[in-house]
Design a protein around this ligand. Sequence first.
Ligand code: MN
Length: 284
Amino acid sequence: MKLALFEDNLFGVITHDGLWDVTEILPQYQTGYAANFWVCMCRDFEELRPKIQALVKRGDGLPLEKVRLRSPVLNPTKVIAAASNYGSHVDEMRDRGAPSSWLLDFDVFLKSPSSIIGPGETIHLPDVQGEIHHESELAVVIGKAGKNISEAEAMGHVLGYTIAIDVTLRGKGDRSRRKSYDGFTPVGPWLVTADEIPDPHALSVKLWVNGQLRQDANTGDMLVKIPGIIAFASSVMTLNPGDLISTGSPPGVGEIHPGDHMAAEISGIGRLEIPVAGKPIPRD
Ligand code: MN
């Protein structure tokens, strides 16, 4: 099932016939900053699935081009991301002179949830020194909470998958700060539930900038696979429903500039398009 948030964070399901508004099945639905209905939906999805299916009838879904999709991750307690998880990306960063201590070992780090933007939103690059890069990544959305999850049980905690672009300011200093500017985590276009992705380690990941292919890889090349990432991350912190785990960038990272257009595609999921602009004009 393809789950989406749209307009003012209404809850929708996407089928071949369009988008279906199924917000009414969520008793906790509320809008605004403190909305936690999405977290509850992530936790309760299997119970909700038959109710959603009953609402999705053929014939008159909303045409996708007429709705504004939002990020399919709302107020997660955290955004976890894997570092150095594709061998050839580690090699290209070593060639750029990155400190080897950062590259030799797999690790996870945090990105600010406030850096998330959704499909069709624009990333406004901050006015800072240094190169700002795209990293296209398969991202996991957690359904069932857990701590110290074993690799054998890890996939049972996955609600589904989406696309994330882990936008990164290169340079010295803390990785979490360099990856947490507003807009630095585009996510979307929707969440594909795990039953539709039987093997998340056999997906093609591509990213274009202005139509030029920059990243072209397969998730089978991850050094630490999803069960290993979940086991490691959950040995540190409790994973909560709705949390996002980005699985690391394949090679081909490169600079983005105002005026560029990014498009990331993962087979079995979809395509996420994000325009790049300069510093936003300050509001009054
Ligand atoms: Mn990354």
